[in-house]
Write a protein that binds this ligand. Sequence first.
Ligand code: APR
Length: 302
Amino acid sequence: MIGAGNVGATTVQRLAELELGDIVMTDVVEGMPQGKALDLMQAGAIKGYDTTILGTNNYSDIADSDLVIITAGIARKPGMSREDLIKTNSRIVGEVSQNIAKYAPKAVVIIVTNPLDIITYVAMKATGFESKRVFGMSGVLDAGRFATFIAEELKCSRKNVQAMVIGGHGDLMVPLPQYTTVSGIPLQDLLPEETISRLVKRTVNGGAEIVDLLKQGSAFYAPSSAIVAMAEAIIKDTKSVHPACAYLDGQYGQEGIYFGVPVKLGAAGVEEIIELKLNQEQNDILRKSSESIRKIISQIEI
Ligand code: APR
């Protein structure tokens, strides 16, 4: 785990509890990953897990990792433009990626740092890894948010809702009601169109709603759960289907950019991209989304 902040450390806690493998957690802040690792190991004595967690400030400690998750970066501060954030996080993740290539050249890499669609591209270029081994976490989180709002509306179990969200991670995400079901029942048979579109809007604004409530920082409980779902698919080679920020090579009419699409995840990373039929409005948003991503990546230096 690169970056031991809110998302990084919470993900490590969840992974440790599942005993999926030994964990190394690194950060630029001295002592912090070491302190959190020690605390998490002591939690294991009480909670009952034997996962080894090493906290460190040295990249060399990630040597030969099977899976690397990047949550390192800074959040947008007041007065900071989106471009400034892109510049800073591209620099951080660019440096992190070079170290991954050096010390863990066979790893599958999951990117979490925002703005996700851009930073995942930076990581793929900077590691030099094949694109199926570098992808981002976005859709699992966004689908989790959509599912929560649907369950709340229907007063049913969240566990029954299977939601699908694709597109960019932000304003241009595309929740897909026609591929969302409740125990196999199409969502559109259960809720009127106006209600669905209200829930879609709330999903698109889902991250911002939490930022506004927290006043500082952003969500980390649901993001860490989403990362673990993807990590588990890779570590256990389950071939389970999740939306992920994946490199498109012609799929959805796009080439050379990353954005959210359903994929099959296994030990090799993104093992297949699944193409869905979309309606006109959804296609339009996807096109807008891809244009804005393409414009930004053509301007950044890697
Ligand atoms: N190498 C390692 N860690 C770094 C580096 C670096 N070069 N630069 C910054 N960090 C660390 C910070 O020290 C901090 O501990 O990254 C951590 C980020 O943690 P938080 O600020 O708590 O942010 P968090 O809420 O965890 O979000 C991390 O995930 O969801 C996204 O938008 C979010 O981009 C953000 C990322």
